[in-house]
Design a protein around this ligand. Structure first.
Ligand code: ZN
Length: 132
């Protein structure tokens, strides 16, 4: 019998807020910080990228608490500067993946979407040539 991995975070002694699947001893304060930062990021994107609104905050645990903002359709995600110094990075999955980085999340979104648009235009041009 296979048991599903339990990713439900639970409050434990010493300010720990962690799931049994993670087991890292993550702190409640880190969860609260990720929650508030994800809400701020989504709010910022909703203000500066109104064409793509509403962005929603998302928090998850995987040997620590992480966060992102997710587009309404769920295919565009904006990630904070965890690994890339002070730059945000954006992932677009449609149907290929596009990634862009910037110190401003709204700039990273615009750049990723412009690259996706160029890709679609190239694809349309190729299809047009193949149609003749
Ligand atoms: Zn944990």
């Amino acid at each position: 019998m296979t048991r599903a991995t339990d990713w439900t975070a639970r409050k434990r002694a010493g300010g720990v807020y962690c799931s049994s699947a993670c087991g890292n001893g993550c702190k409640r304060s880190a969860y609260d910080l990720a929650k508030s930062r994800s809400a701020l990021l989504a709010k910022r994107l909703n203000k500066h990228c109104p064409g793509q609104a509403p962005w929603k905050p998302r928090v998850w645990e995987d040997l620590g608490w992480f966060y992102e903002a997710v587009s309404a359709g769920g295919r565009v995600t904006v990630h904070p500067p965890h690994f890339l110094n002070d730059t945000y990075w954006v992932s677009v999955l449609r149907p290929d993946q596009f990634i862009s980085i910037s110190k401003k999340p709204e700039v990273a979104v615009r750049s990723a979407l412009a690259e996706a648009r160029r890709h679609v235009e190239d694809l349309m041009a190729q299809l047009s040539l193949e149609g003749h």
